[in-house]
Design a protein around this ligand. Structure first.
Ligand SMILES: *[C@@H]1O[C@H](CO)[C@@H](O)[C@H](O)[C@H]1NC(C)=O
Ligand SMILES: *[C@@H]1O[C@H](CO)[C@@H](O)[C@H](O)[C@H]1NC(C)=O
Ligand SMILES: *[C@@H]1O[C@H](CO)[C@@H](O)[C@H](O)[C@H]1NC(C)=O
Ligand SMILES: *[C@@H]1O[C@H](CO)[C@@H](O)[C@H](O)[C@H]1NC(C)=O
Ligand SMILES: *[C@@H]1O[C@H](CO)[C@@H](O)[C@H](O)[C@H]1NC(C)=O
Ligand SMILES: *[C@@H]1O[C@H](CO)[C@@H](O)[C@H](O)[C@H]1NC(C)=O
Ligand SMILES: *[C@@H]1O[C@H](CO)[C@@H](O)[C@H](O)[C@H]1NC(C)=O
Length: 497
């Protein structure tokens, strides 16, 4: 497969504009470039697996900063596009040495974007077959912002689809099966209550900005899809900028990426199941759930030891097998008023130790459920630490204080202290800064000493969708851009666990 003299099938990238040139990417993958019609196409052993739209630019860029409005984990993004380039000119195609490539080389297309005011940003697009995944093609796009007064800030990649191609994936999406004819944003945030349905959405929005959400708001947004043609496309883990997948054109897909360098992969699978397997070769595969989850119900209960015991007894008395109880209120609750109705909701105290009122003998209680009923216990934690100084029944450790002293939470540059999240009245909290090595290590000890120390069998970790993106958001790693990093936090949080 790796024969250096097979590199180039046809002409080298002489300035021979208009001719088809064919490049061997390795392992049966070939790239065809037609400079005149801006057409790129990649085939595997003669079958086309990806192509751009002939006669149309496959790359564009625009200026302007997307606007983010946020409150309480709800983020609304207004896309701003100025001077969007309308065309492009390919200057040359060359072979460059490339580290991650199976044959040490990549085909690199370079040129300029045009029709964007007085800017003419340069671009380069590289394709290679990675040594780690020889059954697919990797790409990397880079746009040079240029020197005009209104420099490019984001890029667009457009390639061919067909009216019959449906798209699935993009993370945990609740409103559509296929996304054909939709535009799907990739941004981790509260999923919303109502999500467009009325009157719920209006009521929620009245209580807190954008709390109703819309059809695309989700905790888990992933820049990946699989199509009904068994084609898989995804961005790399490092490409965490805000992204939108535009499927509204029946004959093309456009990926809008809010930064100027992006990497990804595309692949043609044998069928959709195979496509998922190829994708998880990259992401890692979920381990099988333990056998005990299939031995009975997992009951979500709130209310304390006495109530949990009573419900377990009732269930077992009715011969209902119970595998586990999930007790998210193990660290205590407090009542919080909501503005749109004369009622209060119950909120959790985010101070990761057991509550002395609801679960006065937590460790013994957890063990007794196991020993008496063979029922396991699941708990709950998230990346917040709440200021518990006003907790009516007290606390043993004030994690918020410890984390404040160590600067372990995401910081506010203006106040030079913790970036305080007010999650409704009476609930002030900070978010663990995962870029702070000392903070990670401190939190790891908290989880081991205060959460796993009871004989629990797991916990919900929540998502990590809240990372603020104000101009004065500051991380221990000072080079982090909060908007770019926002989508990386959920993965880092999961990785910590
Ligand atoms: C695509 O969406 C638009 C707007 O929602 C709608 O008018 C149109 O009928 C849809 N097209 C198809 C093919 O579903
Ligand atoms: C509702 O919550 C508020 C705090 O937000 C509290 O002052 C009030 O006592 C609560 N009311 C009830 C009935 O629990
Ligand atoms: C926690 O809240 C109390 C009461 O509002 C306040 O006095 C204290 O300064 C807060 N702790 C920190 C570390 O900010
Ligand atoms: C910010 O706070 C830290 C301690 O938390 C202190 O060492 C530092 O001098 C402060 N910086 C400024 C600019 O006030
Ligand atoms: C920092 O504090 C200022 C002043 O209280 C506030 O306006 C700003 O939103 C805060 N930013 C963050 C990231 O918490
Ligand atoms: C947890 O409970 C199980 C079942 O009673 C027991 O076998 C195990 O030793 C306990 N683990 C710890 C760390 O106490
Ligand atoms: C800090 O963040 C930058 C930008 O994401 C990254 O390149 C760098 O590796 C990070 N530094 C550390 C010490 O993690």
């Amino acid at each position: 497969m790796h024969a250096a003299n097979l590199w180039l099938w046809a002409s080298l990238a002489a300035p021979s504009v208009g001719v088809h040139t064919l490049w061997n990417l390795g392992n049966g993958f070939e790239l065809t470039v037609n400079v005149d019609s801006n057409l790129l196409s990649i085939a595997h052993r003669g079958n086309s697996i990806w192509e751009t739209v002939s006669g149309q630019a496959f790359l564009s860029a625009s200026a302007g900063d997307d606007e983010v409005l946020a409150a309480n984990g709800n983020f609304k993004i207004n896309e701003v596009d100025r001077n969007k380039c309308t065309n492009q000119k390919i200057r040359d195609v060359t072979i460059k040495s490339w580290q991650e490539s199976g044959n040490d080389h990549a085909a690199v297309i370079q040129g300029q974007l045009t029709g964007c005011g007085n800017a003419t940003p340069h671009f380069s697009v590289a394709f290679w077959v990675p040594s780690k995944f020889p059954d697919r093609v990797a790409f990397s796009v880079n746009v040079d912002p240029g020197t005009s007064s209104d420099v490019a800030t984001k890029l667009y990649l457009t390639y061919r689809s067909s009216p019959s191609e449906d798209f699935y994936g993009l993370g945990a999406q609740g409103s559509f099966a296929s996304f054909k004819n939709q535009t799907v944003p990739i941004f981790s945030r509260e999923q919303g209550v109502g999500r467009g349905d009325q009157p719920t959405t209006l009521l929620e929005n009245k209580d807190s900005f954008f709390a109703g959400g819309d059809q695309f708001t989700t905790y888990t947004a992933v820049p990946q899809y699989i199509s009904s043609k068994s084609r898989v496309f995804h961005l790399t883990e490092e490409s965490s900028a805000y992204t939108t997948f535009d499927f509204t054109n029946p004959s093309a897909v456009t990926v809008r990426y809010d930064a100027l360098t992006v990497g990804g992969y595309f692949m043609q699978a044998e069928n959709m199941l195979h496509g998922i397997s190829m994708f998880t070769d990259y992401t890692g595969k979920m381990t099988a759930l333990p056998e005990w989850v299939d031995t009975g119900a997992v009951l979500a209960i709130q209310g304390g030891q006495t109530k949990v015991n009573r419900i377990i007894n009732q269930g077992l008395g009715l011969e209902c097998p119970i595998a586990a109880v999930w007790l998210q209120d193990w660290s205590g609750t407090h009542s919080q008023s909501v503005s749109y109705m004369s009622l209060n909701v119950s909120r959790l105290w985010w101070n990761w130790e057991s509550d002395t009122t609801l679960y006065p003998t937590w460790n013994e209680f957890v063990q007794s459920l196991r020993d008496q009923y063979n029922v396991r216990t699941l708990a709950y934690i998230n990346p917040f630490l709440a200021n518990v100084s006003t907790k009516p029944n007290g606390y043993r450790t004030n994690l918020y204080d410890e984390a404040s002293q160590g600067s372990y939470m995401i910081q506010n540059f203006t106040t030079n202290s913790t970036s305080v999240i007010s999650s409704g009245p009476g609930l002030d909290a900070g978010i663990l800064d995962l870029t702070n090595a000392a903070g990670r290590s401190w939190f790891k000890d908290v989880v081991l000493d205060q959460v796993w120390s009871a004989n629990i069998s797991g916990f919900m970790t929540d998502f990590g969708e809240y990372t603020p993106i104000y101009p004065d958001t500051q991380f221990a790693n000072k080079s982090i851009d909060p908007f770019f990093y926002h989508n990386a936090y959920p993965r880092e949080w999961a990785a910590l666990h």
